[in-house]
Design a protein around this ligand. Structure first.
Ligand code: PMP
Length: 449
């Protein structure tokens, strides 16, 4: 049957058609099982087919699925905002609900600009972000993203937002040594602000752990504290994009907790509903919200389906599930287990250059040569080769963009649902080992030709 759903074809032309999912496994229509070691796009945080989420969904759908946000609020939306404030601490008391991570970061951008307008500083319009970042596919979000492959075709249409270097210590973009660099990449923010003028800058946005653009890149301790201080000193809001890292993915409720920094705005998505329904949010502190309450009395943003009760009820049920089943702690624990197992594989395969991450957001970067860290050539398309081999072996892995620009290394993300058992972690490592073994054989064959 021809596939006309416009999903990019892999495996020589066609995607398998999904039949159903249960726990950490997905099954296609031919009965083949796939261990969901990526949670889709780092989304299915509580696994598939969880009965109580389905029940919450049905219960809400029986009451009402949709109301328009400027006509009604709902118990589901109010309780969800309350739950987010409770779980994230840090005074993140106001949630603006949208439907995707891209919409959330785009909304955060607009909230930051509006915040300063209401405070009589309308020139503060620029957003500083980092190169090697991904904040979404819509134009505003893409303008803030340092993601060459996704920007390439649209570059003339994008806002020229300034960017600073990422804390990619494995291959420092500034060619410095991690132990003596004094975190020069963080100091770049200060230099950038001086050049542009803080009177023109609304916010700085960053992913606490860099996801899709780099493959679970964790900054050194002290890095985010330094950035936050620079933001405070210059009247610039700090937006933490926790769309991928939020709600336990990294072993903390929010990844920014690792460094004790309290963002002014946090964007959330993905694991917020575990993929059961589309929902995301830009969440802010009272300090950010107050000028808008006094001024326009509304946030200029929103979408038709924003805060629909069905998605809100599902998200609330997912977050309660995360809390009740202590999945944040489990994520930290299982993450350590997997990192230990992957490090063993690194001893076996010379093409594994770096293993990094926090909790169940783990990156594996591939190299031609471990000692020199030479990356594979771009046309080797290593990331996609490994993903495809994995799929054949019944394991779903997530491609990080690194490697496709021919400068950085190729990398994948391993990010199973936070519900994964130790037994399934062992199965995951076994399937990864088989996949890496086949890749090793294929590069061995190529080099001996
Ligand atoms: N921010 C981050 C950190 C992300 O990882 C993503 C998605 N990969 C987005 C924003 C965009 O989210 P969505 O795909 O739901 O629009």
């Amino acid at each position: 049957m021809e596939q006309s759903s416009l999903i990019k074809p892999v495996l020589g032309g066609a995607y398998p058609t999904i039949s159903h999912g249960q726990g950490v496994f997905l099954y296609d229509k031919n009965g083949k099982d796939y261990l969901d070691a990526s949670s889709g796009a780092v989304t299915a945080n509580i696994g598939h087919g969880v009965q109580e989420i389905i029940e919450a969904m049905v219960k809400q759908a029986k009451q009402v699925s949709f109301v328009y946000r400027s006509q009604f609020t709902s118990d589901a939306a109010e309780k969800l905002a309350g739950k987010i404030a409770e779980l994230t601490k840090g005074g993140l008391t106001y949630s603006f609900f949208v439907n995707s991570g891209s919409e959330a970061t785009e909304t955060a951008l607009k909230i930051a600009i509006q915040h300063w307008q209401e405070k009589g500083k309308p020139k503060k319009q620029k957003i500083i972000s980092r190169w090697m970042s991904y904040h979404g596919i819509t134009m505003g979000a893409l303008s803030m993203s340092g993601h060459p492959i996704r920007r390439e075709r649209f570059t003339p249409l994008l806002e020229s937002y300034p960017s600073v270097s990422p804390p990619y210590c494995y291959r420092c973009p500034l060619q410095l040594d991690q132990h003596t660099c004094g975190m020069a990449c963080a100091s770049e923010l200060e230099a950038s602000i001086r050049r542009i003028g803080s009177e023109n800058i609304a916010a700085f946005i960053a992913e606490p752990v860099i996801g899709a653009a780099g493959g679970a890149i964790v900054p050194p301790d002290g890095y985010f504290q330094k950035l936050k201080k620079i933001c405070e000193e210059n009247d610039i809001l700090f937006i933490a994009d926790e769309v991928m890292t939020g709600f336990g993915r990294t072993g903390k409720m929010l990844a920014s907790e690792y460094w004790d920094v309290e963002p002014d705005i946090v964007t959330l998505g993905k694991g917020m509903s575990g993929g059961y329904t589309p929902i995301a949010a830009a969440v802010m502190t009272k300090n950010v919200m107050e000028p808008m309450m006094k001024g326009s009395k509304s946030i200029i943003g929103g979408h038709t389906l924003s805060a629909n009760p069905l998605s809100c009820a599902v998200s609330l049920a997912v977050l309660e599930y995360v809390e009740r089943n202590e999945l944040v702690e489990k994520s930290a624990d299982r993450g350590n287990y997997l990192i230990r197992g992957l490090k063993k594989l690194a001893g076996k395969y010379s093409f594994i250059g770096d293993i990094r991450g926090k909790g169940l957001l783990i990156g594996v970067e591939f190299v031609l040569d471990k000692a020199t860290k030479d990356p594979f050539p771009k046309d080797a398309d290593v990331t996609n080769q490994i993903i495809e081999l994995g799929m054949r072996n019944g394991i779903l892995l997530y491609p990080a963009a690194a490697g496709l620009d021919g400068v950085t290394g190729a990398a994948i993300i391993i990010s199973p649902p936070l519900t994964i058992s130790e037994e399934d972690c062992a199965e995951l490592l076994m399937r990864v080992d088989i996949t890496f073994g086949q890749f090793n054989e294929s590069i061995g064959k190529r080099s001996s030709q």
